[in-house]
Design a protein around this ligand. Structure first.
Ligand SMILES: [Fe+2]
Ligand SMILES: [Fe+2]
Length: 178
C-alpha cells in the first residue's frame, strides 16, 4: 500500500478512537447532570464515527483493501470539565497534524485524488479546533458555575451538522441530533 493509503487506514482508527473518547466524556457529563455538555459530546462522538466511515468509503471507492483498525485503550476521563475540554482541544490539534501529514504523503505519492479527498478534513479541522477552543474558553470563564456553561450551550447553537459537501460515509452517515 502507498504511504497515503497506510496513513488514511490509520486515520480510520484515530477517528474511531476520538469517537470512543468523546462517548466516554459524554457519559461523564451525563452522570454529572450536565445534559447540554453531554449532548454536545454525544453528537461529537457521532461526527467522529462518520469521519471514520467517510475514509472507509473513499478507500473502497479507490479499490483499496480496507482494514478497520483496532483502537487503543482510552485515556482515563479527566475529573473536571476544563481538563476534559483541554484534552479535547489537544486531540483535535493532533488530528489536524495527522491530516497535514496525510496531505504531505499524497503529494509525495502524487495521489491527487487522495489530496482532494483530504482537503475537506482540513477545513473540518479548522472548525473543530475552533469550536472546542471556544468551549474551553467559555468553561474557564464560567469557573465553578457550570450552570452558566449549560446556559451558554442552550443559547448558542452548535456547529451545523449537514454539510452537503461532506464526503459520503460507508453505510450512511449517522444522524446528529444536537
Ligand atoms: Fe474527526
Ligand atoms: Fe474532531
Amino acid at each position: 500500500m502507498s504511504q497515503t493509503n497506510d496513513l488514511l487506514t490509520a486515520q480510520i482508527g484515530h477517528e474511531f478512537t476520538a469517537s470512543q473518547q468523546y462517548t466516554a466524556f459524554a457519559v461523564w457529563f451525563d452522570a454529572q447532570a450536565l445534559p447540554r455538555m453531554a449532548a454536545r459530546f454525544y453528537s461529537q462522538s457521532l461526527e467522529e464515527r462518520n469521519h471514520a466511515m467517510m475514509i472507509v468509503q473513499y478507500l473502497m471507492d479507490r479499490g483499496v483493501d480496507v482494514r478497520v483498525p483496532a483502537i487503543p485503550a482510552l485515556e482515563p476521563v479527566p475529573e473536571s470539565v476544563t481538563e476534559i475540554l483541554k484534552f479535547a482541544v489537544e486531540q483535535e490539534e493532533a488530528v489536524t497534524r495527522q491530516f497535514e501529514q496525510i496531505v504531505t504523503a499524497t503529494r509525495v505519492d502524487q495521489d491527487y485524488l487522495a489530496e482532494q479527498f483530504t482537503h475537506w478534513f482540513l477545513k473540518e479541522q479548522v472548525e473543530e479546533v475552533s469550536s472546542m477552543s471556544t468551549l474551553l474558553q467559555v468553561a474557564v470563564r464560567c469557573g465553578d458555575n457550570l450552570m452558566l456553561l449549560e446556559d451558554y450551550l442552550a443559547r448558542e447553537p452548535g456547529e451545523s451538522s449537514g454539510d452537503p459537501g461532506a464526503p459520503r460515509a460507508a453505510g450512511g452517515a449517522v444522524g446528529i441530533l444536537a
